[in-house]
Write a protein that binds this ligand. Structure first.
Ligand SMILES: [Fe+2]
Length: 408
């Protein structure tokens, strides 16, 4: 095989530091076993290597998206030879195509499906939290965010800890942001695109005449997630305080995952019921008709909490099998009673320029009644998906790797 002085491209745009060198290569027709300088062994199938090559027969170099259709190969990609080249890359000869392909050792090591941990593990470990007296959300100074260069170091210094709090705890509060109406859109775009809804790209939370939601009144709101009436209810919500001079109207936030875990411990049957019975979520607006059916608590394939969908004022009539109805209501009332336990809740007052970002499929937010005539309370809000915050956080991690990575 040819010798190369530099490492090959990877099938992505990321940066993969060399944690260890490849010191041995064994192969048979179906796969390769690499030995690393730190003693670790990694095994890769030929078929897996073939489709993860980064050459022009496999990925479009302009996009790094795959163009290879495995079913069009002349045969199973059996391995004729495998060795390490001068640059430390793995070189594999695929017999059926008579093609030699090179693989970046940092990328191979990072994507070792045999030894790696859970690739679907959360980017930031999930930390459940309780509130109670004196508890506050993670709070960060963010003045000047809009003056920073997008995707620059200064922006990253503000966003990285903020995103970490949202990913880990589902909540962060930023201080010192502008109070111009509409500035939320520019702030949100520093993370990702906003999800518009029938309430607009940005929505105004203030008491207004002829309201189309209880949010737009001054009455108290029980703990809830927003838009449970959608098949995919928004993963993130941002609430930006422009004015607040009213008496009352304290914000209340609860970690819905902490409440659900407590329910799982205290009343496992009720928990199981709420993960099984499909409730109806329906808005009762005059000009829209959003309806969705879902369990109140949803778990992922590993049994970890995926989302809670709770909004009593948006629940439609339960349409469940006869024998499920009473247990469903019993479980609901057990949960509702827990939502009133004060130790779950963080309570705080919005100051103008504050922005609260929270996971709308995890946190419950509520509001005390406020005196509409005692001053002004004006929040602007918007929605976004969890994907946006994960992508933005991965890009920050990538930028950090690229800065600290000595290319070889
Ligand atoms: Fe809400």
């Amino acid at each position: 095989m040819n010798s190369f002085s530099s490492l090959p491209l990877t099938p992505d745009y990321d940066s993969w530091p060399i944690e260890a060198d490849i010191v041995s290569v064994d192969h048979d027709a179906r796969g390769v076993t690499l030995g690393w300088s730190d003693g670790r062994k990694s095994r890769y199938h030929g078929i897996w290597l073939r489709e993860n090559a980064a050459d022009e027969s496999t990925v479009n170099p302009a996009t790094r998206e795959r163009i290879l259709d495995l079913s069009r190969l002349p045969g199973w990609p059996e391995i004729a030879a495998a060795e390490i080249d001068d640059a430390g890359a793995l070189c594999v000869a695929f017999a059926a195509e008579d093609r030699h392909l090179r693989f970046h050792p940092g990328w191979l090591r990072a994507h070792d499906y045999d030894n790696a941990g859970d690739p679907e593990a959360p980017l930031v470990p999930v930390r459940l939290w309780h509130g109670g007296p004196g508890a506050d959300p993670d709070s960060l100074e963010a003045s000047g965010l809009l003056d920073t260069e997008p995707a620059g170091d200064a922006e990253e210094a503000i966003l990285a800890p903020a995103l970490e709090s949202v990913l880990g705890k589902g909540l962060v509060r930023l201080h010192g942001l502008p109070t111009e109406p509409g500035s939320l859109e520019a702030i949100a775009r520093r993370i990702g695109p906003v999800r518009p809804t029938n309430f607009g790209l940005l929505f105004d939370v203030k008491a207004k005449p002829d309201p189309d939601s209880n949010a737009y009144t001054s009455i108290a709101l029980p703990p809830h997630t927003d838009l449970p009436t959608r098949e995919y209810h928004p993963g993130l919500q941002m609430l930006h305080c422009l004015e607040n001079s009213v008496a009352g109207g304290e914000a209340v936030m609860l970690d819905g995952f902490a409440v659900a875990e407590a329910l799982r411990q205290r009343a496992p049957a009720a928990f199981a019921t709420l993960t099984r019975v499909h409730w109806c979520y329906a808005n009762t607006a005059r000009i829209t008709d959003y309806v969705w059916y879902s369990p109140m608590i949803r778990l992922d394939a590993r049994g970890e909490l995926l989302e809670v969908r709770i909004a009593d004022f948006l629940r439609g009539p339960l349409q469940a099998p006869f024998e499920e109805v009473e247990p469903a209501y019993e479980a609901l009332m057990t949960l509702q009673a827990m939502l009133r336990e004060p130790h779950f809740a963080i309570r705080f007052t919005y100051a103008p320029g504050d922005l609260v970002i929270f996971d709308n499929r995890r946190l419950l937010h509520a509001r005390d009644a406020f005196e509409g005539s005692s001053g002004h309370r004006w929040l602007q809000g918007c929605y976004m998906e969890r994907d946006e915050i994960r992508s933005r956080y991965r890009m920050i991690q990538r930028a950090r790797r690229q800065r600290s990575h000595c290319h070889r």
